[in-house]
Design a protein around this ligand. Structure first.
Ligand code: URP
Ligand code: ZN
Ligand code: ZN
Length: 485
């Protein structure tokens, strides 16, 4: 069966033009004027764009003594309603659990997914077994490894371990990622403020200042450069980290930065709200920052020094947050955004003139598809690409509320936001999985794992290891990630 999307304006990361799209099965078969097919989707008055890819989610994540409330079923229902057709979740091995074993657990968790998905592998501990299993993880289609520089006593690893892991990534054609915060100093400041009697959510903000994020980002960049491997910094919240990324890129290093939609639009005043529940629901790491930092992140998206807007969707209910009623240090860290990302970025970015529609597509889909080595299967509107498409209607408005969202959360950190666009239709591999106003959802379990191959010239890093460390030969991109992002 074929479908034709008719009458819309196609918007990709680099082009805007009027054309129809013919879909045959899972993929785009043709793009051009006056196409016909068995079924017609009316796209008049809309922008037809690659489906959103959210590269940072935590479904059913075991964390801080509980599990995040959205699983792959409810999480993917939220994603597709918001125009996102692929998510990348973090597989987190338990202490001393092998990454391959953890991967089996995550495949099981992902069983009910309604949209396509992939995983990053967390380097939650380091040792021979971890090192030995990394090639098999890469063979399984996972080319990214996340390192936590924070969460001391839990997920955090040390610099020498990070260096060893980064070198292993370079050998294997994998891209290291970091959560950049100085975990030792965060723990010290948490204790200091708690001892001073600051027990509420404002203590979370005080104890995680931007300087500690910037320091860790600079350290991670140095470690990556020494290991001769590119680096992706997740949840960039502040100018200090953005500045480190800018400086590295200016020196020719391949460093990528991912601000979150929350960081672009919500600020630190939330932690001083008199309503404890309100403030605690917004506790995440790094925390929301001041408006100056928001300006820096927007400027990064505009100038290209930051590439991707994600969500870090880690939903904890009010009840779960209340575990930290008397101690901000044990409020589960995380907030929602998966359903809201596209609409909020469009409203605050495109409608305000900060971003062009093409930059919007780059930041929500195309850039991350390139960085994760799945372009143009995903993130593109070209013949042969997966027909993951959002028919984006800039005339549908909505007020965000837990009453109309698809997450299981009892609140929404964007509650009250008036967004100025919505997905009229979301298609995943040619199937209409969302139609505005019909509130139908596709079957759980229709989503597929998207393997992400290792970067092709990874062994350059291995063979050049000695030279890489000589001051004369600095090869900063052994992975050959496509240029221009
Ligand atoms: O607060 C956050 N970000 N929770 C999820 C875990 C992480 O650090 O990404
Ligand atoms: Zn993190
Ligand atoms: Zn995260």
């Amino acid at each position: 069966m074929t479908i034709v999307i008719k009458g819309g304006t196609i918007v990709t990361a680099d082009l805007t033009y009027k054309a129809d799209i013919l879909i045959d099965g899972d993929t785009i078969a043709a793009i051009g004027p006056d196409l016909s097919g068995d079924e017609v989707i009316d796209a008049s008055g809309t922008y037809v764009m690659p489906g959103g890819i959210d590269p940072h989610t935590h479904m059913e994540m075991p964390f801080m003594g509980t599990h995040s409330a959205d699983d792959f079923d409810s999480g993917s229902a939220a994603a597709l309603a918001g125009g996102t057709t692929m998510t990348v979740d973090f597989c987190l091995p338990a202490p001393d659990q092998g990454p391959l074993d953890a991967l089996q657990t995550w495949f099981q968790k992902a069983g009910p997914a309604r949209t396509d998905y992939s995983f990053h592998m967390g380097v939650t501990w380091w040792g021979q077994k971890y090192f030995d299993e990394m090639p098999k993880v890469v063979e399984a289609g996972i080319n990214t490894f996340k390192h936590f520089m924070a969460y001391k006593g839990a997920l955090m690893i040390e610099d020498d371990e990070m260096f060893a892991s980064f070198k292993r990534c370079a050998e294997l054609g994998a891209l290291p990622m970091v959560h950049a915060e100085n975990g030792d100093l965060v723990a010290e400041l948490q204790q200091k403020y708690f001892d001073q009697g600051i027990t509420g959510p404002e203590g979370h903000a005080y104890s995680r200042p931007p300087e500690l994020e910037g320091e860790a980002a600079n350290r991670a960049i140095t470690i990556a450069d020494t290991a001769g491997v590119p680096l992706y910094i997740v949840h960039v919240s502040c100018e200090q980290t953005h500045e480190a990324i800018r400086r590295a890129r200016q020196k020719g290093m391949r460093v990528y930065g991912e601000p979150l939609i929350q960081f672009l639009t919500l600020d630190e005043s939330e932690y001083f709200n008199k309503d404890w529940d309100h403030a605690a629901r917004r506790v995440m790491s790094p925390p929301f920052r001041s408006k100056d930092h928001q300006d820096s992140l927007w400027a990064g998206l505009q100038s290209g020094s930051l590439q991707v807007v994600a969500t870090d969707h880690a939903a904890f209910s009010t009840e779960q947050k209340r575990a930290g009623r008397d101690d901000f240090r044990i409020i589960p860290n995380g907030s929602n955004g998966l359903e809201e990302r596209l609409a909020v970025l469009w409203t605050e970015g495109v409608e305000t003139g900060r971003l062009t529609p093409n930059e919007f597509v780059a930041a929500t889909s195309t850039n991350i598809a390139k960085i994760l080595n799945i372009y143009p299967q995903k993130g593109a509107i070209v013949e042969g690409a997966d027909a993951d498409i959002v028919v984006w209607d800039p005339k549908i408005t909505k007020t965000i509320s837990p009453a109309n969202h698809h997450s299981v959360l009892d609140y929404n950190v964007f509650e009250g936001f008036e967004v100025k666009a919505q997905s009229r239709y979301t298609l995943s591999r040619g199937e209409v999985i969302w139609a505005w106003g019909q509130n139908s959802q596709p079957q759980p379990g229709r989503g597929r794992f998207v393997p992400r191959p290792a970067f092709p010239s990874a062994n350059v890093a291995l063979s050049k290891w000695k030279e890489l460390n000589s001051p004369k030969m600095i090869k900063r991109d052994p992975l050959n990630i496509p240029a221009g992002i």
